[in-house]
Design a binder for this molecule. Structure first.
Ligand code: ZN
Length: 294
């Protein structure tokens, strides 16, 4: 998804706002104050309970309505970046139907556990025209997209369910929201580091380190979403091993002209395949029920 602009000033802005010639001691004090502010506003913020999973999480936005609005605002831009909506109405309807099937299955599961899906009415599954970029993504609040290039590569409906289930996972786990909270923390620390160092180069270094740390959280989010891909496909009546087939499809797609976009933001399919096998064994210790669709 596109990067969200944060209200936090960039390290460069912070650094240049200091009076020229101010001593190291003054810079250090400012740096400590900024670092403390960043840490306190992250850890001092009360955790918010996720209504789907029941986990208490640190998030930038506590109201689902804010997430939904943010996602909706980004839809036209995302669609335009990928050639707009796909012209094949039947294929687009197919994507919507499978997405709806997964959500209905999730509803059944949540009712049993006394929980609910606060994004339920706002979910949208859109097939984009883009014939080149093998990708799927989710915006906060339930806007889910798959490109024509990825849709065309899929071999079974279960694999489509796997893609959409993975993206539903990003939404219900509030990954963007949690990442935004973390980025506010890291950017605050990076700004503090830059000021203590006192020149632009160290500010940029600190910023780069902050970005690398945030990336790692992204990868953990991906595996968490793969787990939802496994769960949701099975709940909706698909064989969750379709997720393994999906990884093979993605691996093949990366064999062509450079890695597809899905690879740069997602861990290597081979690593994910091992993880998915492990999740399936873990979630279904007595084996899979009969009659699941491939
Ligand atoms: Zn993902």
């Amino acid at each position: 998804m596109s990067r969200i602009r944060l209200p936090f000033p960039s390290p460069r802005q912070q650094a240049s706002s200091g009076r020229p010639g101010s001593g190291f001691k003054a810079r250090l004090i400012i740096a400590i104050v900024i670092a403390l502010f960043a840490v306190l506003s992250y850890y001092g913020r009360p955790g918010d309970e996720n209504q789907v999973t029941g986990e208490v999480e640190r998030v930038a936005m506590t109201e689902e309505a804010d997430e939904v609005q943010m996602g909706l605002q980004a839809v036209p831009e995302m669609a335009q970046m990928h050639g707009g909506r796909h012209p094949d109405a039947r294929a687009a309807a197919h994507v919507r139907q499978v997405g709806e099937k997964l959500l209905a299955a999730l509803d059944g599961y949540l009712v049993k556990h006394g929980r609910h899906n606060p994004y339920r009415e706002n979910f949208n599954f859109t097939l984009l025209a883009d014939p080149k970029t093998v990708n799927a993504f989710a915006l906060p609040g339930g806007q889910i997209f798959i490109t024509g290039a990825l849709y065309r590569e899929l071999e079974t409906e279960g694999q489509l369910a796997g893609v959409l289930g993975h993206e539903i996972g990003h939404v219900i786990e509030r990954h963007s929201n949690q990442r935004m909270a973390k980025e506010q923390l890291f950017q605050g620390l990076a700004a503090a580091g830059g000021i203590a160092g006192g020149d632009q180069q160290s500010a940029q270094m600190a910023q780069a380190v902050a970005q690398m740390v945030s990336m790692k959280y992204g990868r953990e989010d991906e595996l968490e979403s793969d787990k939802w891909g496994v769960r949701l496909t099975e709940m909706a009546g698909y064989d969750p091993r379709a997720m393994i087939g999906l990884m093979e499809v993605l691996d093949r797609a990366s064999g062509g002209a450079g890695p597809p976009e899905f690879m740069s933001t997602h861990p290597k399919p081979a690593n994910r395949e091992e993880y998915i096998k492990h999740v399936i064994a873990d979630e279904f210790p007595n084996g899979l029920r009969p009659g699941l669709e491939p």
